[in-house]
Design a protein around this ligand. Structure first.
Ligand code: NAI
Length: 319
């Protein structure tokens, strides 16, 4: 099969001056894309700014014969980043929302500022940048979007409540824009990376850190952004030369009342709890329609049980 190329495509990578974003930008550049290398160039806690980080990566791409332009705006002004793509290259095809910072504190110690800044950069930045490109994607019936989540969001991590919330926020955003974009061939996916970078240098053990090169994740992101990739609405974890898909599952659950005209009591919930939380036959809900459909089934089942009970049959409410 042919190599995956991006000739004629315009790609924005936010936070591309370092770490994962830099690795993504370099692969896109090598594969023919025109790359907008966005980076605010500040510290890892969101302080300061500089043009150096983005300039260095633009230089790196150009020195290998690629096409790139720098943009130094914060992702909170994502419309300006999209404007740079349009002004320089005349179109926009792919957005990799990657820029990120940390303000780690235990939950009790998170200030309003620590909260707001993290939500702004990760969640609002993703919204602003992607929304600015959206009309262009729709008009050309083509677009690819990556949002960046984290294991801290999916599974929780001590000291990262603000960051976890923002990272799950982008998962929710992705779920819905994947649905809204489908009819215009706009695909959106979540990448959940684990990589050696300045964000993780004092978190990951040194021997593990050495095996977590951003270059081992970049090809996963690049594939998800290719026109031939049909994946959309998915959460893809990637690290150390491995990738896997991740999704939420729901237990079969339990009815909490015997008859349709009964109320649900806390005691009935307690008595059914083992069944409510039994994940042994948990399944993925493919859509909100399927999830709601299960609720209609629960109503029907309760009605049937009411009928059986009215007919004098024994109703078994054991969990
Ligand atoms: P990094 O610190 O090496 O790179 C992030 C880049 O984003 C920096 O160059 C920074 O200047 C830029 N940036 C920060 N705020 C910005 C803003 N407002 N506007 C534009 N650029 C801004 O970090 P790394 O590790 O490469 O992280 C990339 C993304 O991956 C982040 O969203 C991070 O939360 C996420 N992530 C990283 C993990 C890891 O193991 N490294 C784990 C899970 C998620």
């Amino acid at each position: 099969m042919a190599d995956l190329r991006f000739d004629g495509r315009v790609v924005i990578v936010t936070g591309a001056g370092a770490g994962l974003g830099r690795a993504y930008a370099l692969v896109f550049g090598e594969r023919g894309a025109s790359v907008v290398v966005n980076d605010l160039g500040g510290g890892r806690h969101g302080e300061g700014k500089s043009s150096k980080a983005a300039d260095a990566v633009v230089e790196e791409i150009r020195s290998k014969g690629g096409k790139a332009v720098a943009n130094y705006d914060s992702v909170v002004d994502g419309d300006k980043i999209v404007q740079t793509a349009l002004d320089t290259f005349g179109r926009i095809d792919v957005i990799v929302n990657n820029a990120g910072i940390l303000r780690d504190k235990s939950f009790a110690r998170i200030s309003n500022d620590d909260w707001d800044l993290i939500q702004d950069v990760h969640l609002k930045g993703t919204f602003k940048t992607t929304q600015a490109a959206w009309p262009h994607f729709r008009k050309q019936n083509y677009g690819r979007v990556i949002v960046t989540a984290s294991n801290s969001g999916l599974y929780g991590n001590f000291g990262q409540a603000n960051y976890s919330a923002a990272k799950m926020g982008v998962v929710g955003l992705n779920n819905t824009i994947a649905i809204e974009g489908r009819k215009n061939n706009i695909h959106c996916n979540v990448i959940v990376p684990t990589a050696a970078s300045r964000l993780t240098e004092d978190i990951l053990p040194p021997d593990v850190f050495a095996q977590l090169k951003p270059e081992l994740i970049a090809p996963v992101v690049v594939w998800l952004c290719h026109e031939s990739c049909g994946e959309t609405g998915s959460i893809i974890e990637a690290a150390a030369g491995w990738a896997g898909k991740c999704h939420l599952v729901r237990s079969t659950g339990s009815l909490l009342r015997a008859r349709i005209d009964e109320i649900v009591t806390p005691e009935a919930v307690r008595d059914s709890w083992d069944k409510v939380t039994d994940m042994s036959s948990a399944v993925r809900m493919e859509s909100i329609g399927e999830a709601s459909g299960a609720l209609i089934t629960a109503i029907e089942e309760t009605r049937e049980k009411s009928q059986s009970s009215a007919d004098g049959k024994r109703v078994d409410m054991r969990p």
